[in-house]
Design a protein around this ligand. Structure first.
Ligand code: FE
Length: 246
């Protein structure tokens, strides 16, 4: 009987906990290209969990999914390149490093980069600043590893606002917030109520009011009028992979 009461008390205690997924939306992040090297091969990927841990010496933490090729490379070489993307970064560039695998494509093809003193590649395109890290510690967190790296070199390339994850999600991917200049500019646009289309592969939303200026599609272009040669600016699939957003 006594055990039963404790059991009920425990249930009540644990019921006080509740995870509201929307709470996570208020965490803020940047958008970065994380690069590494292994056996002479280089790879890079997009990550948003990059943050400075200490200042003297300067250390930066980077969280990477264990399934990613870049994770394997970092584990092998203990070297990391971090490029902070600027707010002007086109979606195609994010898609190239974010939605394609280095196992099947050379992500550095056509991309401007340099080789750091340690040998790690550092992406320069659309980069506001970069860091070259030597991994000092690794923390195993189930699906991810948090790599803590000492900063070997760093440089501010362009004094421009960095891309934030929120800006990327809300503005660059077409889900323009009401406070954005894009939204205000389109207030009286006759296409603002026309259907949006969503990529079935990566979730990118094509909004006719916003268009895809990075690919030459002007704001105000209905999805039907987008050329068939147009590809998803994030993951690169064809227009046919888009479905009306209901
Ligand atoms: Fe896509």
């Amino acid at each position: 009987m006594r055990g039963g009461i404790i059991y009920i008390l425990n249930i009540c205690k644990y019921n006080k906990f509740m995870i509201d997924n929307k709470a996570f939306y208020k965490l803020s992040y940047g958008l970065y290209v994380i690069s590494s090297i292994s056996g002479g091969k280089k790879n890079g990927q997009i990550a948003n969990t990059v943050f400075q841990i200490t200042s003297d010496p300067a250390r930066i933490a980077v969280s990477i999914n264990k399934q990613n090729l870049t994770h394997e490379y970092i584990k092998n070489s203990k070297l990391i390149g971090v490029s902070t993307l600027s707010i002007e970064t086109p979606l195609e560039f994010v898609g190239k490093f974010g939605f394609k695998s280095g196992r099947t494509t050379d992500k550095f093809s056509g991309v401007s980069y340099k080789t750091g003193e340690s040998g790690v590649p550092i992406v320069l395109d659309n980069t506001a600043s970069w860091f070259e890290l030597k991994v000092e510690k690794e923390i195993d967190i189930d699906t991810h590893t948090v790599f803590i790296g000492k900063v070997l070199n760093s440089e501010l390339i362009k004094d421009i606002d960095p891309m934030t994850y929120a800006y990327y999600q809300d503005v660059k991917r077409g889900k323009s917030p009401q406070t954005s200049p894009t939204h205000i500019a389109n207030k009286n646009n006759p296409v603002k109520d026309m259907p949006k289309y969503q990529c079935s592969v990566c979730g990118y939303i094509y909004d006719p009011a916003v268009g895809d200026p990075d690919s030459g599609i002007e704001p105000g272009t209905l999805f039907e009028n987008v050329p068939n040669s147009w590809e998803c600016p994030v993951c690169g699939v064809s227009k046919g992979k888009f479905k009306p957003l209901v």
